[in-house]
Design a protein around this ligand. Structure first.
Ligand code: ADP
Ligand code: MG
Length: 561
């Protein structure tokens, strides 16, 4: 079926380009579902505090060790279009809620798995989609109903939620310490608005430096730059800093083209060099005139300029990141100037102290006591680079969880309790529905149960025993009963302080349903030759990880050839 020919009056008409692939109907659906299920399966074992970690090796041989759903899927370099949609689920989940990526992908995979069984029983995808949508709505209502409003006077719940989010990470040993930092940092940048609070995780800068241990991770009241003061003669500690932010190089621009000047006498050489010196001096004088005592430059600062600046007692940092420049502008009230000519005293920002400090083997510049107190940095320390990287990802989840709660202060308990409660409500809801849709709502309920089942499985517990106890206790009205994986017991999760933001749970339902229904609606896959991807074996997962062999682009797509 390679070029999708059609007969018209005996003449074949080529609608698609030679070499295009097409699969339709059930074949297309099954192909897509299979691919999506493989993706969901690949993150399953990493759910929850007892989940396993993954070691991912990219095409450059760089190793990432993580249990973070989004990171796993990102690093896997997935090719199949339907599988990619599940990767999108993880992304949406991460962008909207910041946590719950693994859960969203697992539920989406399970919704598709169960849908496939219904399709095999001749239930049309449209009916399943309708059923799923109604079930999702009911599930969301249920979540809203059972959620506990917490308010922000008492930060204990924020701390528990941040701790829970880190409980499933490699950094779990230090979860309480890190959760405390995350809560403090987010509360410092939160803004009171008329009807509540607003907070943005981007306002908390996260820097990392290898060395010491996670326990030495600290919260700094200000901005930390992973840069040193450029010249040894410059002051390393500036009290009452007046900060110039410059987005231009402080050096003589070298011409793009090769150019020649002919010099005929030693005088000319001197004049030439003098002129260069004068130009640099001019630049430095503009900085001096503005009254700045520290310059933070996004571009380069040449040796001569550094020398002149140091003679004037002005400190300088070069090649600062653009994002840091923006944060510094906000924090210190400085205006970023793209030309030295325009630099005025009124453009300068203020901080009580700018200081270069030695952190591990490197030097970093701390800008503290900024004009705008909503400038904070968390400086991650850990023994290895991989650990600092994983700590950064985990802290991201924790910060997001706190942000979610600041914006919508409502929590639910974890350990699969809300999923069980939703499933319980949905089974009753299903009985009010006509025949076939009822089946869809029921399997939606089953799919939600994949969370407590997976948590139990990953903890080496017997999922069948756990599930039946969970079901019967929820039936008796014990809303917060879930599976606590450390004790391996079914119990009230609100009593053991395992809390999660309502926003995360709601987003999991939304993202998973959206992806599953989107995939179920596709009954025709037409792929041009190019998107068939690399030859089998070249794509799929980088670094030779097993188990995903059939995912090398469209090459592994059932029924495409
Ligand atoms: P996700 O990417 O979905 O956030 P995680 O690996 O972070 O995946 O696992 C989150 C799940 O683990 C949630 O359902 C949460 O309730 C559950 N969980 C966290 N701590 C515990 C615990 N101590 N016992 C049981 N479940 C827990
Ligand atoms: Mg999580």
């Amino acid at each position: 079926m390679s070029s999708f020919p059609t007969q018209a009056a005996g003449v074949p008409i080529l609608v698609l380009k030679q070499g295009s692939g097409r699969s339709r109907g059930r074949e297309a659906l099954h192909g897509n579902i299979t691919a999506a299920k493989v993706v969901a399966e690949s993150v399953r074992s990493s759910l929850g505090p007892k989940g396993m970690d993954k070691m991912l090796v990219d095409s450059f041989g760089d190793v990432t060790i993580t249990s973070d759903g989004r990171t796993i899927l990102d690093e896997m370099d997935i090719q199949h279009p339907a599988a990619k949609m599940l990767v999108e689920v993880a992304k949406t989940q991460d962008n909207e809620a910041g946590d719950g990526t693994t859960s969203a992908v697992i539920i989406a995979g399970e919704l598709l798995n169960k849908a496939e069984e219904l399709i095999d029983k001749d239930i049309h995808p449209t009916i399943i989609i309708d059923g799923y949508r109604k079930a999702a709505e009911k599930a969301l209502q249920t979540l809203e109903k059972i959620a506990i409003p917490v308010g922000l006077k008492n930060l204990d719940y924020l701390k528990s939620a941040a701790t829970t989010s880190m409980g499933s990470k490699i950094v779990a040993e230090y979860k309480e310490y890190l959760a405390d930092l995350a809560v403090k940092a987010m509360m410092m940048v939160a803004d009171k608005q008329n009807s509540g609070y607003k907070a943005d995780v981007d306002d908390v800068k996260v820097e990392k430096k290898t060395g010491e241990s996670l326990r030495d991770t600290s919260l700094i009241n200000g901005i930390v730059l992973d840069k040193e003061i450029v010249h040894s003669g410059m002051p390393k500690r500036i009290v009452n800093a007046k900060i110039a932010l410059i987005d231009a190089s402080i050096e003589i621009e070298k011409p793009e083209m090769d150019s020649k000047i002919s010099i005929e006498s030693p005088d000319q050489i001197e004049a030439f060099l003098n002129q260069e010196e004068t130009m640099i001096k001019d630049m430095v004088n503009k900085i001096v005139a503005s009254g700045a005592n520290i310059v933070i430059c996004q571009k380069g600062i040449d040796d001569m300029a550094q020398h002149f600046l140091s003679r004037k007692g002005i400190a300088a940092v070069r090649r600062a990141k653009k994002s840091d420049m923006e944060k510094l502008a906000r924090a210190t009230g400085a205006q970023i100037e793209s030309s030295l000519t325009d630099l005025l005293a009124s453009d300068l920002g203020f901080a009580a102290l700018v200081e270069e400090r030695r952190i591990g083997d490197d030097k970093m510049t701390f800008v503290e006591g900024c004009k705008n107190p909503k400038a904070v940095t968390i400086l991650i320390r850990a023994g290895t680079e991989r650990m600092t990287a994983e700590a950064e990802r985990s802290l991201h989840d924790a910060l997001c969880v706190v942000r979610d709660l600041i914006m919508e202060p409502k929590i639910v308990a974890g350990g699969g309790a809300p999923e069980m409660e939703m499933a319980n409500v949905l089974r009753k809801f299903a009985e009010t529905m006509p025949g076939r849709e009822q089946l869809a709502v029921r399997v939606f309920a089953d799919s939600l149960e994949s969370i407590p089942i997976t948590l139990a499985e990953n903890a080496g517990l017997d999922p069948i025993d756990i599930l039946s106890e969970l079901r019967s206790r929820h039936e008796k009205g014990e809303t917060w009963v879930g599976v606590e994986v450390h004790d391996g017991k079914v119990q009230d999760m609100s009593k053991v302080n395992i809390f999660e933001p309502l926003a995360v749970k709601k987003q999991i339902i939304k993202s998973a349903t959206e992806a599953a229904t989107m995939i179920l609606k596709i009954d025709d896959v037409i792929a041009s030759e190019k998107s068939k991807g690399p030859p089998p074996g070249a794509g799929g997962m980088g670094g030779g990880m097993g188990g995903m062999g059939g995912m090398g682009g469209m090459g592994g797509y059932p029924g495409m050839e």
